[in-house]
Every structure is written in structure tokens, then in C-alpha cells.
Design a protein around this ligand. Structure first.
Ligand SMILES: Nc1ncnc2c1ncn2[C@@H]1O[C@H](COP(=O)(O)OP(=O)(O)O)[C@@H](O)[C@H]1O
Ligand SMILES: N[C@@H](CCOP(=O)(O)O)C(=O)O
Length: 318
């Protein structure tokens, strides 16, 4: 379940009166999700999503509102926030910050087909082409500085071989990145896993859950996508999905020479980023709720595969 703060019909009906969205019909808690309380709300005019923010830095919410609204204005399939009659998006409900969104169509793809991979690559390339001009600023909270600063917290919980692996990888990343200039920058989704997308058939209906959104290396976002969308069970890269995503992406935003050079390193770095964040959740900072944490082992497997086999060649830009 992902309703940590229950709401009554009457509370939501009164809340909706601030907005021009129609009258309350029904409310349903959403089972998915891990961090916030999410509700599907039906009015006599439309389907909505209501999110109560349970954790995280509340002062950062205006960044997420601005980013979603900017991408929505640029015709990306994201839930732009719904503003009330006075133009305000961010409200408070049951003592928690609250946002209202349109409900986007579709389902999460667990085994995406190649048309879905192409659609995702195409849209992410478009998003990054546009997001380079986004004026907001939020440093990437999971970048190399974070890896360097926090990886020691998990070392006592992993095997001696894994400790060596993790420490050597962080050193390697620092050495590789120091040999290149700044990579192309822009706003990132920051967590674009399959379960943060919605598809209707092969059509990408929506990209959701921008609460890891930040600004930084665009390549970081692309590497997260490839590791989640294009890895086989054994962690190796799935050549067809890899080529479908990267071919479509580069038709919208070709990678620079520095990005191409750092690509194998970025795949390893984002694999380590999730291995580490998941280890932290399991051993160091477990959440108060009883949801099953994501498996750290999955990203250890992916990291080991990237080290063993490197990256596949990047498709040529046509
Ligand atoms: N705008 C939206 N349109 C349709 N479904 C949504 C929307 N926002 C959230 N959801 C649904 O709610 C679930 C939880 O939302 P999410 O933002 O991922 O929560 P959390 O931050 O807690 O992980 C999603 O997996 C999706 O099924
Ligand atoms: N999607 C992630 C969880 C979000 O990352 P975090 O850094 O905010 O914990 C995962 O699959 O682990």
C-alpha cells in the first residue's frame, strides 16, 4: 500500500473546491508507490491524481512543480500540476504538502517491446533537448560526490570482495571523469525506471514521479534508463532494447564526444548508485513503513556485468 495518510471523501471534496476541476465523485488510494500517499480522484469532469508528500525536502517541491510545468508546456507527456483558481499549485492537506495532477493513461511495462523502447528513447531525447534550457537548479543528489561521501556507510554490511569492488569503482569513476570537461547539462528525471512510465499499447502515455528530478549530467539519466530497461536477467545488456532506445534518443539529441567516451563509466556509476541506495535502505536507514525494499543484488549483478562486458557500441546517428 502507499497511503500513509488516509483522507476522507469530505476532506477531498472540500479541497477540490479551490480548483476548477468539477465536483467530487470518488476517491481511491493507490497501492503502488513507496514514498508518498497517492490517490486517484474522480470528479464529474475528469480523472485526477492527488499526492501528499510524506517525506523529503518540502522546500524543494517548488522545483518539481516548475520542472513539471515547464516540460508540460513543452508538450512532454508529464503530469503538469493543476493550479487553483488563484494560480497556486502547492497546497496543504491533512498537514502535508499536496499537489493535484491530471491522471495520465496507461500501464507500467514490465517487459517493454522494441516499439515501447523506441518511444521512450525518443521522448527522453526530446525531454533532454528541451530541459537544457530549463532555468531551475537542483544539484543531482545522487552524483559522484554522493557516492564518494556515503559508500563507506554500507561497507560493513557487504563481503570483503564487494567492499574492494565498491571502493575501486568509486576511485575509477573519479579518475575517468577528471579526464573530461563538463558534460552536457540540463534537468533530469533522475529515476526513469519502467514503473515510472505509463504506456497504452506502444504509445507512451506518461512519465511520472519526478521527485528525484534535478539538474546535472544528462548522460546520468540515459544510463539509468539503459540499466533498467535494457538489462537481461543476468545483468548483461539486451542488444535489441539498447539499440532501440539509444537510436531513438540520439535522433533527438546526439551524444557529444565526451559523453561517448564516458558512456561505459556512466553505466557502471548509475548501477553503483542504485546498488548503494538500495543497500542504504536495507541496512542503514530503513523506512518506517513495511513495504518490501528493492533488491540491492539486482544492481550488483548489473554492475558486475558492465565491468565484465563494458557497454555495447553506441548506434550510429543517422
Ligand atoms: N499522473 C498520474 N497518472 C496516472 N497514474 C499515476 C500518476 N501519478 C501517480 N500515478 C500512479 O500512482 C503510483 C504511485 O505514484 P508515484 O509518484 O510513483 O509514488 P511514489 O513517489 O510514492 O513512488 C504510480 O505507480 C502510478 O500507478
Ligand atoms: N527507483 C529507485 C528508488 C528511488 O531512489 P532513491 O535514491 O530516491 O532511493 C530504486 O529502484 O531503487
Amino acid at each position: 500500500m502507499a497511503v500513509f495518510t488516509p483522507l476522507s471523501d469530505a476532506q477531498v471534496a472540500a479541497f477540490l473546491e479551490k480548483f476548477d476541476v468539477g465536483s467530487f465523485v470518488s476517491l481511491q488510494g493507490v497501492a503502488g508507490g513507496t514514498e508518498n500517499s497517492t490517490f486517484f480522484v474522480t470528479t464529474d469532469r475528469r480523472e485526477l491524481v492527488l499526492t501528499l508528500f510524506e517525506q523529503g525536502e518540502h522546500e524543494e517541491l517548488p522545483f518539481f512543480v516548475d520542472l513539471l510545468d515547464y516540460l508540460d508546456e513543452h508538450r512532454l507527456p508529464v503530469p503538469g500540476t493543476i493550479h487553483d483558481r488563484e494560480g497556486i499549485a502547492l497546497h496543504s492537506l491533512a498537514g502535508k504538502p499536496a499537489l493535484l495532477f491530471p491522471r495520465l493513461p496507461g500501464k507500467h511495462p514490465s517487459a517493454p517491446n522494441l516499439a515501447q523502447c523506441q518511444a521512450l528513447g525518443h521522448t527522453l531525447g526530446h525531454l533532454h533537448a528541451v530541459s537544457q534550457h530549463f532555468p531551475g537548479h537542483r544539484p543531482n543528489p545522487r552524483d559522484l560526490h554522493w557516492l564518494r561521501a556515503v559508500h563507506h556507510k554500507v561497507l560493513t554490511y557487504i563481503s570483503p570482495d564487494d567492499q574492494t569492488l565498491m571502493k575501486n569503482e568509486v576511485d575509477d569513476f573519479e579518475s575517468a571523469f577528471s579526464q573530461h570537461g563538463e558534460l552536457p547539462q540540463g534537468a533530469l528525471h533522475g529515476d526513469l525506471f519502467r514503473d515510472n512510465t505509463l504506456f497504452e499499447g506502444d504509445q507512451l502515455g506518461g512519465i511520472i514521479d519526478f521527485y528525484n528530478g534535478c539538474t546535472g549530467d544528462l548522460l546520468f539519466d540515459l544510463a539509468i534508463v539503459i540499466n533498467d530497461w535494457a538489462s537481461n536477467e543476468d545483468g548483461s545488456l539486451n542488444a535489441e532494447r539498447y539499440t532501440a532506445i539509444l537510436g531513438a534518443y540520439q535522433a533527438r539529441r546526439p551524444l557529444s564526444a565526451d559523453e561517448r567516451a564516458l558512456w561505459p563509466t556512466m553505466l557502471r556509476m548509475t548501477a553503483l548508485r542504485y546498488w548503494l541506495s538500495r543497500l542504504l535502505v536495507v541496512y542503514v536507514d530503513p523506512p518506517a513503513h513495511d513495504l518490501t525494499p528493492h533488491d540491492p543484488e539486482r544492481f550488483r549483478t548489473i554492475l558486475k556485468a558492465r565491468i565484465a562486458f563494458g557497454a555495447l557500441p553506441l548506434p550510429e546517428v543517422s
